[in-house]
Design a protein. Structure first.
Length: 297
């Protein structure tokens, strides 16, 4: 079983926990997710299975989408509602103030990674340091908020939709919005709506996956080919002779392929039969294999 199953991650489980459940249900030894979601978050979590996991470290950067809910007048150490309360106050600020300042957070902005995050400093995850009560200096990172829409208000909570670059922390974005208004803010709910080009419409729940297992219904119609997430790379189709050489790890002469590949550019390589052979990179006039799909001898 090679490809991707998109899971609509439930609350109160880690991304690693989801992968473990998918591995068990599908009885696949190799599985991995394409990007961590916090335990409190729900939504799109693509899980790669089988030989597709070979390409985990080569997935092209893609935009992420989120629907987030937050309240004003509170701050916590985790920047979300699960953390220890640091400040709390009554506030009359609301939807109008939020709408007015959202344009300030649209576009390229600098963002400080939160202490409770999976980002590493000197080889140690920040959340591991935070759990020890330690706080370390962090360098602000540039991220891009491509879309930031105010959705509405419900029971004192405010809802926004975000489309952003990889590496954006929505908790930090909300905390910064609260700081800008002047009363603080914490995230109360988060749903990822877009990841690796997949939406919630591409997802199944763990319960639905388990039901298929129980009913022996199979999973083939849920498997999405790895081609879809690699489609951002240039596609190169090679001859049968080149297919044999590349599949065995041999480099290909760039001048002998029917495509223009720039120096250092990464591309997907397909055989004449249309099957994905792997990923290659143009180095010193040759297409050299980065990752190969297994092939039958």
């Amino acid at each position: 079983m090679n490809g991707i199953i998109c899971i609509n991650k439930p609350k109160d489980i880690t991304s690693f926990g989801v992968v473990a459940k998918v591995r068990g249900i599908t009885q696949q030894k190799k599985a991995g997710h394409t990007g961590t979601l916090d335990p409190m978050a729900t939504g799109v979590l693509p899980v790669m299975l089988g030989d597709s996991t070979r390409f985990l470290n080569f997935l092209p950067d893609s935009d992420k989408g989120y629907r987030a809910t937050f309240i004003l007048g509170k701050t916590t150490d985790t920047l979300d509602i699960t953390g220890e309360v640091l400040t709390e106050c009554k506030t009359d600020f609301g939807a109008e103030e939020i709408k007015q300042i959202l344009p300030e957070f649209t576009g390229k902005i600098m963002q400080l990674p939160p202490m409770y995050s999976a980002k590493s400093v000197d080889g140690v995850r920040l959340y591991e340091l935070a759990r020890q009560g330690k706080e370390v200096d962090r360098e602000p990172c540039e991220v891009e908020i491509k879309k930031l829409d105010f959705v509405g208000e419900k029971s004192g909570e405010f809802i926004i939709d975000v489309i952003c670059s990889k590496g954006t922390y929505i908790r930090s974005l909300i905390a910064d919005i609260g700081d800008r208004i002047g009363c603080g803010a914490v995230m109360t709910d988060l749903c990822r709506t877009l990841a690796c080009g997949f939406t919630l419409g591409d997802c199944v729940t763990l319960d639905e996956l388990q039901k298929r297992r129980d009913e022996n219904a199979g999973f083939n119609d849920l498997i999405i080919g790895i081609d879809r997430v690699l489609s951002a790379y240039k596609k190169v189709v090679v001859s049968p002779a080149q297919t044999r050489r590349f599949s065995n790890g041999g480099a290909l002469d760039v001048n002998r392929i029917k495509a223009s590949v720039e120096p250092d550019e990464i591309c997907t390589v397909y055989g004449a039969d249309g099957n994905l052979l792997g990923l290659a990179q143009h180095k010193d006039g040759e297409l050299k294999a980065l990752r190969l799909m297994p092939h039958k001898q």
